[in-house]
Ligand binder design. Structure first.
Ligand code: NAG
Ligand code: NAG
Ligand code: NAG
Length: 475
């Protein structure tokens, strides 16, 4: 089409080829994503912005550089990408201000912030979540893979031009549904790195209380609750029969049907247990019994724990924080959970991602699984069940190893451990598992001290060398 000028028959194909190369490289440039707007603090420690990952689809990101960065020449300073669940929950809001960021909901210093161990990158993922937005609701992602492609586009934008950042290994740390994005993103990152389109070093992927195998979780609920006296025989029977139905629907590829049944099952569990809290089975949440809808309010658990002096998370994100960032469009209002995003992923919600974990393990990627002891929705019982389904050839050895206890209290001068056991861990080759005692679904919120220690281990942070074996110093 471009070649209708009169040229010799020899030059014509050559010119066409050159034009084709030119236009394809243009297209490639575009695929890298473009910044719509950005901002930063005067000290350069914080940067944020929007990247248009597809036409009319914008991801918001916020990077914190650690003031405690340690450069020891041996271990590189890590960067953590935090992926919130939902689907549709805001990492920039919930993960940052309620879980691991430098400030809490009252803008007071969080003494357990993970920023002490790594730089932190929060993203409102997928598009439509939190400050991220789409100009047309058809642009919501419908699968985990679509979310991974958008995130990869964002990472290209953030990493490719920044040589300093490229030296920091990236650890993707996910919570809940975020685990499904994390493993699809991991594979997408490996492809992009291999094909030369993305310059970063993937350090590992941590799956915190992650929805990797919905089937295994729904089968865990009845028996687990019965074992801890929260559900009776009839409840367990009903629960197991709905879990069987879900298994069948998943087997038949009826994933949206499986999501429907999951909703029914949550109601059966809520009623049968008189309102057990899905995020900590030792607690009750009466609201769940009343709510007949399937989508539970993800962050009620956290909001119950926080003060409302700045209007709670929503007041903060639509007030002070929005004014600080300056670039949030007027017609984008921040919400902690986007139902639109959730519903667009309705048919992907119950799809397992065990195969993706297997692929990553076989490619040598560090996989870290951590789970709160008291979580129900992504119960440790269910997590252990899907881990046993891995085809990874190290599984038998992993199973045969003993666990190492973890403490937060440090040791006294005689080497005697102070305080109680906070968790257990074990590793074989590139699979690592942390069992965190006393924590529910939101592990860093419930057990901040041991979580901080864990994230130091996960990321092999050089900040750990400041932490002697005897005392855990957190400033
Ligand atoms: C952090 O602050 C809390 C509440 O003030 C306190 O109980 C805890 O001991 C502190 N943790 C550390 C590691 O300093
Ligand atoms: C916000 O308003 C602008 C201008 O009217 C429009 O182009 C854009 O699509 C709107 N964005 C959203 C998310 O509705
Ligand atoms: C999928 O499951 C739903 C809910 O149980 C059911 O209504 C629907 O007929 C099923 N679809 C197919 C194609 O089997």
């Amino acid at each position: 089409m471009f070649c209708c000028v009169r040229l010799s028959s020899f030059l014509l194909p050559l010119l066409c080829l050159l034009l084709a190369l030119f236009f394809s490289s243009l297209g490639e440039g575009k695929e890298f994503g473009t910044a719509s707007s950005s901002g930063s603090t005067a000290d350069g420690l914080e940067e944020w912005g929007y990247v248009q990952v597809r036409p009319k689809a914008h991801l918001f990101w916020w990077l914190y550089r650690s003031p405690q960065r340690v450069v020891n020449g041996e271990t590189p300073w890590p960067i953590v990408l935090w992926l919130q669940g939902g689907p549709g929950s805001s990492g920039v809001g919930i993960g940052n201000f309620q879980e691991i960021g430098p400030l809490d909901l009252n803008l007071k210093t969080r003494n357990s912030t993970w920023l002490q161990k790594a730089d932190l990158l929060f993203v409102d993922n997928p598009v439509g979540t939190g400050y991220s937005y789409v100009e047309n609701t058809d642009l919501f992602v419908k699968t985990d893979e679509e979310a991974a492609i958008d995130l990869t586009t964002l990472l290209k934008f953030i990493f490719n031009e920044n040589e300093k950042l490229q030296k920091s290994p990236l650890y993707i740390i996910a919570e809940s549904y975020g685990g499904k994005y994390a493993v699809t993103l991991g594979l997408s990152i490996l492809d992009a790195v291999q094909s030369g389109h993305l310059k970063l070093k993937l350090g590992g992927i941590a799956l915190g209380d992650s929805w990797i195998s919905p089937e295994d979780f729904v089968f865990s609920w009845g028996p687990l609750l019965a074992d801890v006296s929260r559900l009776g025989r009839n409840g367990v029977e009903k629960s197991n029969s709905l879990a069987m139905k879900i298994k069948e629907q998943i087997k038949n590829g009826n994933y949206s049907g499986a999501t429907d049944t999951w909703g029914e099952l949550e109601d059966v569990i809520s009623r049968g247990s008189d309102g057990v809290d899905f995020y900590n089975f030792l607690l009750s949440n009466k609201e769940q019994v009343v709510a007949a809808t399937t989508v539970k309010k993800y962050s009620n658990y956290l909001n119950d724990k926080s003060s409302i002096s700045l209007g709670g998370l929503s007041g903060l994100m639509n007030g002070l924080i929005r004014r600080k960032l300056e670039i949030i469009p007027k017609n984008v209002s921040w919400g902690s959970q986007s139902d639109g995003v959730f519903h667009a992923l309705y048919s992907d919600f119950m799809k397992p991602r065990i195969n993706e974990v297997d692929k990553l393990l076989s490619k040598g990627v560090n996989i870290i699984v951590y789970n709160g002891q008291l979580d129900l929705i992504c119960a440790t019982k269910g997590t252990e069940a899907w881990v046993q389904k891995l085809k990874w050839d190290g599984l038998n050895e992993f199973n045969s190893l003993d666990r190492r206890p973890m403490y937060c209290g440090g040791k006294d001068t005689n080497g005697i451990t102070n305080g109680i056991t906070n968790g257990f861990t074990k590793s074989y080759k590139n699979l690592h598992f942390f069992w965190i005692l006393g924590a529910g679904h939101f592990v860093p919120v419930d057990e901040p001290c041991i979580s901080l220690k864990m994230v130091g281990e996960i990321t092999q942070s050089p900040a750990n060398v400041h932490m002697s074996d005897h005392t855990l110093v957190i400033t």
